[in-house]
Design a protein around this ligand. Structure first.
Ligand code: HEC
Length: 314
């Protein structure tokens, strides 16, 4: 059997293989910087900070090196009351998100406004600062941009944290979401068809500029969580559900995350899991009327970060 018989076939195989490689190399699906970031993408950049996956900036994946999202009801400097405003606080040294480091990935219009109105070209990672998501009209189109409020309004990190009505560690919480493998069961991507009615609006392409990882999830065994904070905003429910999902959903297959509470509760008492289990089993068997209480968590715990992240998914 000689090569001659297979010559045409071999040539055609070579042509097919090399043209498919050419398509892959020269025709990428989408250049993200050709898409204008939506305000959702900018909020995510400022909430999550630098990549929230496993990286050297986040030793042992503890949710370190992340910004703090705060709710302001008054101007941190003048004290004047204002409408509820979300601000994003980067303490000195907190790594900046890729949208602030490589501004072109936000899209040309968003970049132009962020620099001209938002003064983001004055950001210095070693000094930190406070950011806002704003919007203005550019070339006739309503366009979101990032405002560096430390340069435009003099809002310092200390004054903003002191004036904050609420602090959310949602950026660190995303690290918990990735580390704990919530994405094995949950997606953050409502798909077409009736998903839209039960889980809300699907994301659009500009929602992801600069976000990595996206935590879309792949294969769903549990409800989509993209907008979970809009349908359930109860911290108490979340606390019970994460401590032991069977407390609120008797047949839930979701694992317990009681270890994210750490050793002690808010009052400083040791958390006794064995005793809790014993009481919970008695309740399930009907020999106890009420389920045991879920301990209140401390403000520096991983469960606080995770709950802040989940409630921030609006
Ligand atoms: C083994 C699969 C599994 C894993 C892993 C898992 N969950 Fe769940 N989760 C479920 C199921 C099933 C439900 C629905 C029943 C229930 O409420 O417990 C649920 C419900 C929820 C809800 C309520 C959803 C709603 O629509 O109100 C939240 C919030 C949630 N999970 C968050 C998380 C987070 C955060 C993690 C990671 C720390 C996680 N889950 C890990 C299976 C899982």
């Amino acid at each position: 059997m000689g090569f001659r018989e297979y010559r045409i076939g071999s040539i055609l195989f070579g042509v097919a293989l090399s043209s498919s490689m050419m398509i892959t190399i020269y025709f990428p699906g989408l250049d993200i910087s050709s898409v204008s970031s939506t305000s959702i993408a900018l909020e995510k950049q400022l909430t999550y900070g630098k990549n929230s996956s496993f990286d050297y900036g986040d030793p042992f994946v503890q949710g370190k090196d992340k910004p703090i999202k705060v709710l302001l009801k008054k101007d941190p400097i003048t004290g004047a009351t204002m409408d509820d405003t979300n601000a994003y606080v980067f303490k000195p040294g907190t790594s900046l998100p890729s949208g602030l480091v490589h501004e072109h990935i936000m899209g040309a219009k968003v970049q132009a406004l962020s620099v001209s109105l938002g003064k983001t070209n004055q950001v210095d990672e070693s000094k930190g600062g406070v950011f806002l998501v704003q919007s203005s009209v550019k070339d006739g189109v309503e366009t979101p941009y990032i405002e560096f409020a430390t340069a435009t309004r003099g809002w310092t990190v200390e004054a903003t944290l002191a004036a904050a009505d609420q602090q959310m560690l949602a950026g660190s919480g995303k690290t918990m979401f990735v580390r704990e493998g919530c994405w094995w069961c949950h997606t953050l991507l409502p798909e077409e068809t009736h998903d839209w009615q039960s889980f809300g609006r699907p994301p659009v392409v500009g929602d992801f500029n600069g976000e990595s990882p996206t935590t879309f999830g792949s294969d769903r065994k549990a409800p989509d969580l993209l907008h979970v904070g809009s349908r359930n905003s109860s911290k108490e429910w979340m606390m019970m559900h994460f401590f032991n999902p069977r407390l609120v959903q008797p047949h839930s297959i979701m694992p317990r995350y009681d270890y994210l509470w750490g050793e002690t509760d808010k009052q400083g008492n040791k958390i006794d899991l064995a005793k809790w289990d014993e009481e919970f089993n008695a309740y399930r068997e009907g020999t106890r009327v009420y389920p045991p209480e879920v301990p209140e968590y401390r403000d520096d715990t991983e469960i606080r970060m995770l709950i802040d992240f989940v409630l921030n998914l609006k």
